[in-house]
Design a protein around this ligand. Structure first.
Ligand SMILES: [Ca+2]
Length: 241
């Protein structure tokens, strides 16, 4: 009886953590049409990259079925955040997969204020533009720092917790803290008003993104599988290093 009460208590605690969460955007791409992501669910091509669209496909996906986004060389899309976020802490969780480490190929993940320019605020570069072709890079003020290895051809989890008030962000790759309160690339970005994925250069790039979750705070319930549900406060993982 005692044991049952404890289990119920734990379940309620997990449910409370999940329900208290404010999500800004979630997308697993499974319900979208194959082809250009441009024009679907608020995504569009445009500045600063002005490239053709990344695509939705169903051949390589996170999990057993569904769809994901494919990033090829010279494809890029933006999603405007409306209204833009002007304070507080917010996270982005995503699974990525990099198939072929060649040339200057890179997968971008940029956030910025209203002005759409390359400097942006929180800037993550998976691939060559990290400073090393086989690394994940995180921009820290004036320079990009290679912080974690790419496991070629495997799905990897990336979590970024962005603090608008301090204009810093911390990044975890596969649940390991790799960037601890790095400075935004351009401190003139005072809000989160758009985010962008893709790559504006390269040749022969094949990369994927799946399971985007963008929300408030630093806690997220990560459904790795139905049997392996994990609710983690990423901020607390700092002290657990
Ligand atoms: Ca999917």
């Amino acid at each position: 009886m005692k044991r049952l009460a404890m289990m119920v208590g734990l379940l309620i605690a997990v449910a409370t953590a999940a329900s208290a969460q404010k999500m800004h955007y979630q997308q697993n791409f499974d319900g979208l049409n194959n082809g250009d992501l441009d024009g679907q669910d608020g995504w569009s091509v445009g500045a600063p990259a002005n490239m053709p669209s990344v695509t939705v496909e169903n051949a390589v996906v996170f999990g057993n079925s569904g769809k994901a986004v494919q990033v090829d060389a010279m494809t890029e899309v933006v999603r405007v955040i409306e209204p833009k976020l002007t304070s507080g802490t917010h996270f982005i969780s995503v699974f990525f997969r990099f198939e072929n480490i060649v040339g200057d190929n890179t997968m971008h993940l940029y956030f910025g204020d209203s002005v759409r320019e390359w400097n942006a605020g929180p800037v993550i570069r998976i691939g060559s533009q990290s400073g090393a072709p086989d690394m994940v890079g995180v921009h820290d003020g004036q320079t990009v720092v290679p912080v974690a290895p790419i496991r070629k051809g495997e799905w990897q989890h990336l979590m970024s917790v962005m603090n608008i008030d301090k204009q810093t962000y911390s990044v975890w790759v596969d649940e390991k803290l790799v960037a601890d309160e790095f400075a935004w690339r351009n401190p003139l970005h005072l809000a989160l008003g758009w985010w962008m994925i893709g790559f504006d250069a390269g040749a022969g790039l094949i990369g994927y993104y799946d399971e985007f979750a963008f929300g408030a705070g630093d806690t997220y319930s990560l459904d790795v599988s139905p049997q392996d549900r994990m609710t983690t406060t990423w901020g607390s993982l700092k002290s657990a290093r």
